[in-house]
Ligand binder design. Structure first.
Ligand SMILES: [Zn+2]
Length: 121
């Protein structure tokens, strides 16, 4: 008589050993669980600090005067964040990095535009 697993019903060569089919399934489920980003990581890609820096510094770049320095930081930080996300997709942060780059570029354009506009007054 061949012993069968009480969970999945597959035959067990050794009745005392753990079912290999169940063990594999458990490992796969665990791997999926760790691969899935949790809700916090979707909002804040904490494994990609460069992308985070780009995002927050980019937002700060909207502030007049100080913002120009912030924008100048957010663009290279965003590029670093994109590279980090590309090298290790599990780090995520691509969206944050792009926001940092785009907001950084926009605020530099606005700062230069504002400066030129002030000079014509
Ligand atoms: Zn089993």
């Amino acid at each position: 008589m061949v012993a069968t697993c009480s969970h999945c019903g597959s035959s067990l060569p050794d009745p005392n050993a753990q079912c290999e089919a169940c063990a594999v399934r458990a490992r796969m489920a665990q791997r999926r669980a760790t691969d899935q980003p949790d809700a916090t990581e979707r909002m804040i890609p904490y494994r990609n600090p460069a992308a985070l820096v780009a995002y927050y510094v980019g937002i700060a770049g909207i502030i007049p005067c100080v913002g120009l320095i912030c924008a100048a930081i957010s663009i290279p930080a965003g590029i670093m964040g994109l590279q980090a996300a590309r090298d290790q997709p599990r780090r995520r942060g691509t969206a944050h990095a792009w926001v940092g780059i785009i907001v950084g570029v926009v605020s530099i354009v606005l700062h230069i535009g504002g400066y030129l506009w002030l000079r014509t007054q």
